[in-house]
Design a protein around this ligand. Structure first.
Ligand SMILES: Nc1ncnc2c1ncn2[C@@H]1O[C@H](COP(=O)(O)OP(=O)(O)OP(=O)(O)O)[C@@H](O)[C@H]1O
Length: 282
């Protein structure tokens, strides 16, 4: 008997993305269950960012389907996703530079604001009680991420590690069911990465997490399930220990002779690994 799988929050089936003659993703499948942490890894050019963009609705695949709780994805704008219960962070943080840290995080609580957080923050909203509640939620999120003391500062005046925590607070304040993290460890020190690892494990008590990340030790530490891409295909999928022991993964990271991959879309051979370091990036 076949069973549908309503337990999947997010599901990708047969996802293919072509950019002209280049196949960036080839028949990729993925499931994200509530409360799980799923990592997307692979060497440079493997298709991680492309898959992340498809999962977050930014990029429409050439073929295949994405479903969110069994239905089509809610839209491509961040606020469409947020209202459906999907939050994301960006490699570039994307904090509003002219808005205070508190204001930035209040915007993240948009899905909890009937009139929309922007109207409340701009003073155009009529729901004073709602504004107060949003402000309290945003302050609580800043407390949770240890950056409440910076609430009234502009993001650009703060150290990068603090800005990253603000971005996480903004993503989490709306109580999403799924958090998409795009290279959350980039630019962090080793100590900041340890904190991040604990935070990601903590998130999974409330929400599922998908992360694209180059820092292999972090991925191995925090993920329940890892999907390994190479040349746009899933070459391994499983628990951290299964993936670590998979010869296809080792081979992909050490580099595959270009001639063997020549029929796979014309991309250059995998570069020697960037992906097994544990130091700070950037
Ligand atoms: N907009 C685009 N137009 C054309 N080719 C693209 C585009 N975006 C990505 N590609 C190509 O698709 C392939 C997959 O790229 P992608 O950025 O998804 O890989 P990645 O695994 O995220 O790489 P990295 O680890 O270097 O960020 C690469 O060959 C890349 O050059």
């Amino acid at each position: 008997m076949t069973t549908t799988a309503p337990e999947h929050l997010l599901r990708a089936d047969g996802v293919t993305v072509r950019f002209g003659g280049l196949t960036a993703l080839d028949d990729v499948g993925l499931q994200v269950e509530p409360g799980s942490v799923v990592g997307l890894i692979g060497p440079n050019g493997a298709g991680k960012t492309t898959l992340f963009n498809v999962l977050s609705g930014v990029l429409r695949p050439t073929g295949g389907t994405i479903s969110w709780k069994g239905a089509p994805p809610p839209g491509k704008r961040t606020h469409h996703l947020a209202r459906a219960g999907i939050a994301r962070t960006f490699q570039g943080l994307n904090l509003f530079p002219m808005m205070s840290v508190l204001g930035n995080v209040m915007v993240g609580a948009d899905r909890l604001a009937r009139g929309g957080a922007f109207s409340l923050i701009s003073g155009l909203g009529r729901h004073h009680r709602e504004e107060r509640e949003l402000r309290e939620r945003a302050m609580a999120a800043l407390e949770r991420f240890g950056v409440a003391e910076h609430a009234l500062r502009l993001p650009g005046t703060l150290p990068y590690g603090v800005q990253k925590q603000v971005a996480l607070a903004r993503a989490c304040v709306g109580e999403p069911e799924l958090l998409l993290l795009d290279e959350p460890a980039s630019g962090l020190s080793g100590q900041q990465m340890d904190t991040l690892a604990k935070q990601i494990r903590g998130f999974s008590q409330d929400m599922a997490v998908v992360l694209v990340e180059h820092h292999m030790d972090l991925v191995m530490e925090v993920c329940d399930h890892i999907v390994v891409l190479n040349f746009g295909k899933v070459i391994a999928s499983g628990t951290p220990s299964q993936v670590r022991a998979d010869p296809a993964v080792t081979q992909a990271y050490l580099g595959t002779p270009a001639s063997e991959e020549a029929s796979g879309g014309g991309r250059a051979a995998v570069e020697p690994t960037h992906g097994n370091g544990n130091g700070a990036a950037g």
